[in-house]
Design a protein around this ligand. Structure first.
Ligand code: AKG
Length: 293
């Protein structure tokens, strides 16, 4: 395994719960991801509503002519470029330095913030959605476009990954977002990336992102990874599939518990396919004052 992260970067990840790493993907790899994502976006215009593959912004006027794609669900199952990005050996070397040698792929998704108002992501922790027996779990964001303050950069509250099991409910129903009083906005860091750079954030880190105020798209390929011995509290599903999601090292049937506080993401609103749909249940957006220009 190549040691790509410096000790300073590892310390920063452990202290703040997030880091950026530069130039992990080559220009050619990014170019391919851009082209494939352009094609997928066009394709989403053929559908008038959400599908197994696409989450689209109906309120923003999604149509064939102007597709308003918010998310590609499980993109690695639909195009080999995403699948290769998920298995990138350089990325796995980085992950090994943070969560150990036995690494399971957890999920992939591609968040597409269209120019001129592409949807915000309300403040939340990923742990609020999928608590596990231990929290050696993280999310990688591959910048397919440069990620800037103007186009809705990912923001993270440093140190929040050492906090409580934040409540993501409103009126007793899971809404996939915390109360704004839990978020120390003053201290939040913005992760600014060039295309090909990556962000890494801890599963318990509070994060969110504003709408895309610019005329440039902000496409971020998000991929979750976990230590092999982190078993979801909600169950692991089919055992063979569970084992097939191992990307490096060896699987185990011995969960490790590290005492991380958990809260169950139930009850959930019915028929919600993505975080965007779940968070629409929130009575007041965290980004109300941010309006596209
Ligand atoms: O796209 C973003 O800015 C944040 C993504 C995220 O946190 C999510 O989709 O769970």
């Amino acid at each position: 395994m190549a040691k790509i992260l410096t000790q300073d970067q590892i310390d920063q990840y452990n202290r703040d719960g997030y880091i950026a790493v530069r130039e992990v993907y080559t220009h050619a790899e990014v170019r391919e991801l851009q082209e494939v994502t352009d094609e997928m976006t066009q394709k989403s215009g053929e559908f008038s509503g959400h599908t197994e593959l696409f989450d689209v912004d109906i309120k923003a006027g999604h149509s064939k002519e102007t597709p308003k794609l918010r998310r590609i669900k499980n993109p690695h199952l639909h195009h080999d470029a995403y699948n290769r990005a998920m298995r990138n050996p350089k990325l796995l070397d980085i992950l090994e330095q943070l969560i150990g040698p036995n690494i399971r792929h957890h999920h992939t998704k591609l968040n597409n913030k269209a120019p001129g108002g592409g949807a915000q992501v309300e403040w939340h922790t990923d742990w609020g959605f999928y608590p596990a027996t231990n929290d050696d779990i993280l999310e990688v964001g591959v910048a397919i476009d440069p990620m800037t303050v103007e186009n809705g950069a990912l923001m993270v509250v440093p140190g929040s990954h050492k906090g409580p099991a934040y409540d993501h409910h409103e009126n007793g129903v899971f809404v996939g977002a915390v109360q704004m009083s839990d978020v120390d906005m003053e201290s939040a860091g913005q992760i600014i990336l060039n295309d090909g750079d990556i962000s890494l954030h801890h599963v318990r880190a509070l994060h969110g992102s504003a709408p895309n105020m610019s005329q440039n798209s902000r496409r971020l390929l998000l991929m979750g990874y976990a230590a092999a011995d982190a078993f979801p509290i909600g169950g692991y599903g089919d055992w063979d599939k569970w084992q097939a999601d191992m990307l490096r090292g060896v699987g185990t049937n011995v969960p490790r518990f590290n005492g991380a506080p958990v809260r169950i993401a139930e009850p959930k609103p019915a028929d919600k396919g993505s975080i965007f749909e779940i968070q629409e249940e929130l009575s007041k957006t965290h980004f109300e004052e941010v309006k596209p220009t």
